[in-house]
Design a protein around this ligand. Structure first.
Ligand code: 4AD
Ligand code: MG
Length: 480
């Protein structure tokens, strides 16, 4: 008989059926008369109880059934006597596929610290927590594609290697095949990139937006979903050097259409996870509750994970302008005793994460769409508003996360765009291809970028972004 997955067995296995399971041993409890093996194959958060009779299975074989070992068992589904499960497997044959020396296997059946598990990222997906996180991550990725596909958006693959710095923040990773110990030099003594692979400087993309805009000027509504790279040296719980971004871009949308889409999209993918990842989210909800309980009373969130996810899908987001936000912040304190560590004195200052969190978690107690930022603190491509001071930007702020989405209506007017590029010293010559969309068949359009890991963090309740991507890339971390 063929192998079935534990998820399938739990959903539709029948008492009396003969089945084969393969998976990794979580624990074994045994005495002279019986051995109970908790088996997990990653298809579900649940382990399946496998019961072996030491008189039927050789002692040598049973000895090798240790935490971490991979085994194959064939047997019959029977009603379970125990309280934890309704059925279990009585073993007829057992085979060791891969041993795991109990003296050396790092994951013991106990609670390990998150730091320890990060150092063992090659094995941590075998724990309940990480199994749940990566199943939810998968479901969210699937929901992203489903949402846009159902709406008639086309998935565009934008380049990973490029020569542009879309955000203009200068945080790119260089791509070169030159021998940097002994590079070719030009007359000025600078590295001669004409001799490099691409015959010019190249870098990893920080955003697929600019190419996405080109696609939207042909296919109307598109989205990208790919890896992006930023060499910002921020060692925080919200930043990765390599993260996945979803960037829809829509012709004929204005700023408000963009906000409506972003809100609907976020509510959809979160509702999808609630509907399709019930057991994993219930597990993560309990886990998050334990973490909350360990915090100081004034830092605890007043909602549980599941409660917060439901709340976000059922209540509309607050929409306010930057100018309104600044007014609120000037007249507020994070709590009775404390002031903000950074006070916003002047209109034009950028918000810090303490301000964003205050607005979302204390003031409005719901997601906030912040719009119409000063043009000085936003990118060159954002559409300038009539006031001459602000641009049609939006950031979406989420509880526990802060900024989860950044977007805007784009500047489609060639004269305004080139004027802004000149002010910011962005060479028009290198961006000729981008400017051509403003010369030929230009139209109002808008889009946004969702940091996928920040979404996964929000939905799973994981406190550190390094724990929602299988192999996090952060300063100093690139081993595996
Ligand atoms: O606000 P950002 O920089 O916007 C853009 O890149 C635009 N081109 C998007 C667009 O309009 N198409 O980044 C968008 C989102 C942020 O809101 C955040 O969620 C995430 O990407 N993000 C990061 N996530 C993890 N690690 C980092 N270092 C991130 N930087 C940005
Ligand atoms: Mg941003």
């Amino acid at each position: 008989n063929k192998r079935i997955k534990i998820k399938h067995l739990l959903d539709s296995g029948k008492v009396g059926e003969q089945v084969t399971l393969m998976g990794w041993v979580r624990t074994k409890r045994s005495n002279k008369n019986v051995a109970f093996i908790a088996l997990n194959d990653g298809s579900t958060i649940h382990n399946y109880q496998v019961v072996a009779d030491p008189n039927a299975i050789s002692e040598d074989l049973l000895k090798k059934v240790t935490t971490g070992a991979c085994i194959k068992v064939q047997g019959e589904i029977v009603a379970s006597q125990g309280s934890g499960q309704s059925t279990e497997l009585t073993v007829n044959t057992l085979e060791i596929l891969g041993e795991a020396d109990p003296e050396k296997y790092p994951l013991q059946p106990k609670k390990h610290s998150m730091e320890f598990l990060r150092e063992n990222a090659h094995l941590r997906m075998r724990t309940n927590t990480f199994g749940a996180v990566f199943r939810v991550r998968h479901a969210l990725a699937f929901a992203v594609h489903k949402y846009f596909n159902d709406k008639g958006f086309f998935y565009i693959h934008t380049p990973i290697i490029t020569s542009s710095d879309a955000e203009g923040a200068g945080e790119t990773f260089k791509v070169t095949t030159l021998d940097l110990k002994n590079p070719p030099l030009n007359e000025n003594g600078d590295i001669n990139y004409k001799e490099d692979f691409f015959e010019r400087e190249a870098n990893l993309t920080v955003s697929g937006q600019l190419e996405g805009e080109l696609a939207a000027m042909a296919l109307s509504e598109i989205y990208t979903f790919g890896p992006t790279f930023r060499a910002e040296n921020s060692n925080t719980t919200r930043h990765l050097a390599e993260f996945w971004m979803i960037e829809p871009e829509m012709a004929f949308y204005d700023a408000e259409d963009n906000q409506d889409l972003a809100e609907d999209f976020l509510q959809y993918v979160i509702a999808y996870a609630l509907e399709n990842c019930k057991e994993d989210l219930e597990f993560l909800d309990k886990r998050a509750a334990e973490e909350e309980a360990a915090k100081k009373a004034d830092q605890r969130s007043d909602m549980g994970l599941l409660e917060r996810l439901q709340f976000v899908t059922q209540n509309s987001f607050e929409r306010i302008t930057y100018t309104e936000a600044i007014e609120i912040l000037r007249n507020s304190k994070p709590n009775k005793k404390k002031k903000f560590s950074y006070l916003i004195e002047e209109w034009g200052a950028d918000l810090q994460s303490e301000h964003e969190r205050f607005l979302v978690e204390k003031h409005f107690k719901k997601p906030v769409i912040l719009t119409d930022y000063p043009k000085e603190i936003k990118s060159f491509y954002m559409r300038q508003n009539e006031d001459g001071k602000t641009v049609a930007a939006m950031d979406i702020l989420f509880p526990g996360i802060g900024e989860i989405v950044g977007g805007s209506q784009r500047e489609e007017r060639l004269d305004k765009l080139t004027q802004r590029m000149d002010e910011l010293d962005i060479p028009q010559k290198e961006m000729w291809w981008y400017l051509e969309t403003r010369k030929f068949g230009a139209t109002p359009h808008a889009g946004f970028g969702l940091g996928f890991e920040r979404l996964v963090q929000f939905v799973t309740g994981m406190g550190n972004i390094r724990d929602v991507i299988a192999f996090p890339r952060t300063p100093g971390n690139v081993e595996f």
